[in-house]
Design a protein around this ligand. Sequence first.
Ligand code: UD1
Ligand code: CA
Length: 460
Amino acid sequence: MSVDLSLSVVVLAAGQGTRMKSTLPKVLHCIAGRPLVEHVITDAQELGARDIHIVFGHGGEQVQQALSAYDLNWVEQTEQLGTGHAVEQALPAIPDDHLVLLLYGDVPLITVQTLQRLIAATEGNALALLTAKLVDPTGYGRIVRDAAGKVQCIVEQKDASTEQLSIDEINTGMLAVKADRLKKWIAALDNNNAQGEFYLTDIVGFAVADGVVINTANPDEICEIEGVNNKRQLAELERAYQLRQARQLMEAGLTLRDPARFDLRGELIIGRDVEIDINVLIEGRVELADGVQVGPNVILKNVSIGAGTQIHANSLLEESITGTQCDIGPYARLRPQTNLANKVKVGNFVEIKKSNIADGSKINHLSYVGDTTMGNDVNVGAGTITCNYDGVNKYQTIIGDNVFIGSDTQLVAPVIIADGTTIGAGSTITKDTPADALTLSRAEQVSVKSWKRPKKIKEE
Ligand code: UD1
Ligand code: CA
């Protein structure tokens, strides 16, 4: 659908969120790592909104700070006198010829597709309401239709007759209408109702009286219209959102062993034939090229993984890049600024930080490599440590090509290990090594023949 109209989105976010039992304002609680209200704001952006107005109340400064990256018009509602009153606060900033789309900061799973249908339902200058049929409509405003099926009004739960309470079509609260009409109707609201509030929903009756057509649109899924009022609902919508992302990724060709045990808090870009095992957490921006396999319980945060690389169970990779056909883990940790070239092996209990490792090098067991540049085809023995820190400064370790480092070696930086060096096991290397030679530092082995093992003296 082409949006050739000027769209103003109003987001209601003035509610306190008492039931969250939290010092954080409700709309700042996160789903998939992003504040609830941010999900709604990015929808508005995708719809091509000219202006986005956020009606805020409690915790305003905190919300504004959290959303400082967005271009938003902040509208304060000092007293929460009802949804009609909340919308009224935003109206002075909206030009009469704009289409107004009303969204809620605590209803995060609404989709752009559904909202496009809602906007399309304003065709012919109609009032468009987003409604849904619920098995249990308790608590919601009900959509009252006449015998011909035309919407007559919305009646709130607390104001409804027994007969009206049996209506299963509910008001989601989301609607779209031209600003000039909305302004006229909002100005006419009163608070003569069971809750003493200015009900936005009363505009529907005014629209009927003005002979304005009222159309309805529906969401694809019920979770799209569900709000967050407590931690339980927050967790339920988190799962619903994760499942939605998982489905989209599977449609794009990802093999997910169990979509119910997959969490994406950010953006995942996948090649062909990528496989992800259970309990994997992906954060930030992650790229997995063709044929990448991710084992169970892996955490990937802002990484780019080259084609054919395998990441085995329980590995944690952060702000790192790998080339093709690397083999990582199980239990490997790549810390920020790690760059692995192609066919690099990083085994269990290996930690690498701020280092470049060239093609074919292997660090297979129990090592720490930090602030290091490593050449091709290096073999790093078990328990090798780069001593890169003297308590004040960090120093570089430079390792050439075809180096063989014996197990349990300490490389005390700054130090240069020349091409072809072999280091004997158990060495503490403090000086640069010459190329193609054996270098070792090792105390001579002694045996004490007269020595006796201490014996336990039996007590009486
Ligand atoms: C409202 C609708 C109801 C609908 C339901 C859907 C009205 C009168 N009723 O009822 O028909 O079925 O939503 O959930 O509109 N808010 C403000 N300022 C206020 C009042 C509310 O910003 O003064 C915000 C709240 O933070 C919340 C939203 O508006 O995000 C809805 O308010 P709430 O009081 O929960 O409305 P309901 O009574 O549930
Ligand atoms: Ca030692």
